[in-house]
Design a protein around this ligand. Structure first.
Ligand code: GDP
Length: 296
């Protein structure tokens, strides 16, 4: 087999110890080395790995693992539980405003899949019985407005645009007024992206946050960029105090490193995963399922 999963590796580590009698702390260390390597290979942040392994080791020493007849299974179970915990434990759902009208602001770097994800979210909302509208608030790139219109058409969701206007706050507020007037109940605001986090972008996003007062700010990050994705999430969150993360391109990332570190580094939950280019390729994020996927 070309690819040996972390579970297999742990099983193998303990196989060597079979018939040896009681396990020692050193044996647990050998297993922890496998865990550490697997996580580093998955591009999980070094600090996160260090803390994680220390936690798992403490749990292994503290529980009945050492005397167990099936130490490998016990260790795998603990790793599984701790991975789930690291990613927030439970699935966190999108929150709707109690006022009956929910404004969702989308933020993220260019190329992460923000515009595509706006369409996916609209699709998801429609399937959940909501009536979404999209608002094009990237005032710098006319192509971004065109793209959102294409996305809106493809997923049957109206898009509010105002090509003559350079003020994203005005566009968002006008879009909201129009959405309410027409009986829609969720507004998804697509904001400008840049290739890197810069002061100007952050100020614009903070301004939209302050004046439009979205109920939710969702940050779109690209799983394929690994630790860069986590750093971007950290940077955006420090300025915007986001409500949740959508991790895109998980279909191309079997390792899950960014998904693993994101919660720990930002303290914010991952709400959804993007798993393809189509508008239905959006999945609710379940930490336990992701843990099983990483363990293999
Ligand atoms: P934006 O610049 O952040 O608005 O990014 P776009 O929405 O234009 O997406 C950039 C590229 O990523 C496009 O080719 C999308 O089809 C692609 N993309 C977005 N989300 C996903 C995903 O979950 N999986 C895959 N494989 N591709 C995605």
């Amino acid at each position: 087999m070309a690819f040996e999963s972390l579970s297999d590796k742990l099983q193998n580590t303990f196989k060597h110890l079979k018939g040896k009698g009681v396990l020692t702390e050193k044996d647990i260390d050998a297993a922890m080395r496998e865990v550490k390597l697997a996580l580093l290979e998955a591009d999980v942040n070094f600090k996160v790995v260090k803390e994680f392994v220390a936690d798992v080791k403490a749990k292994c020493l503290g529980e009945e693992v050492m005397k167990s007849l099936t130490p490998a299974q016990q260790v795998i179970k603990i790793v599984d539980q701790q991975l789930t915990e690291l990613m927030g434990g439970e699935n966190v759902k999108l929150s709707y405003s109690p006022t009956g009208f929910t404004t969702i602001m989308m933020a993220g770097l260019q190329g992460t899949g923000k515009t595509t994800t706006c369409g996916k979210l609209a699709n998801y909302l429609k399937e959940s019985g909501k009536k979404p509208m999209l608002a094009a608030c990237d005032v710098y790139r006319p192509a971004a407005i065109d793209q959102l219109e294409v996305v809106g058409k493809a997923c049957g969701t109206p898009v509010y645009t105002d090509r003559g206007c350079q003020d994203p706050v005005k566009i968002a507020n006008d879009a909201r007024a129009e959405a309410e007037r027409k009986g829609y109940n969720v507004l998804i605001i697509d904001t400008a992206g840049r290739l890197q986090i810069d002061e100007e972008l952050m100020q614009e996003l903070q301004n939209i946050k302050e004046k439009v007062k979205p109920h939710q700010i969702l940050l779109v990050v690209d799983a394929l960029t690994g630790q860069d994705a986590v750093n971007a999430a950290k940077g955006f969150n420090e300025k915007l105090d986001v409500d949740g993360i959508i991790m895109t391109k998980m279909d191309g990332d079997a390792r899950g490193g960014a998904a693993l570190s994101a919660r720990k580094v930002t303290g914010k939950p991952i709400l959804f995963l993007g798993t393809g280019e189509k508008y239905n390729a959006l999945e609710a994020f379940h930490p336990d399922r992701m843990a099983s996927r990483i363990l293999g």
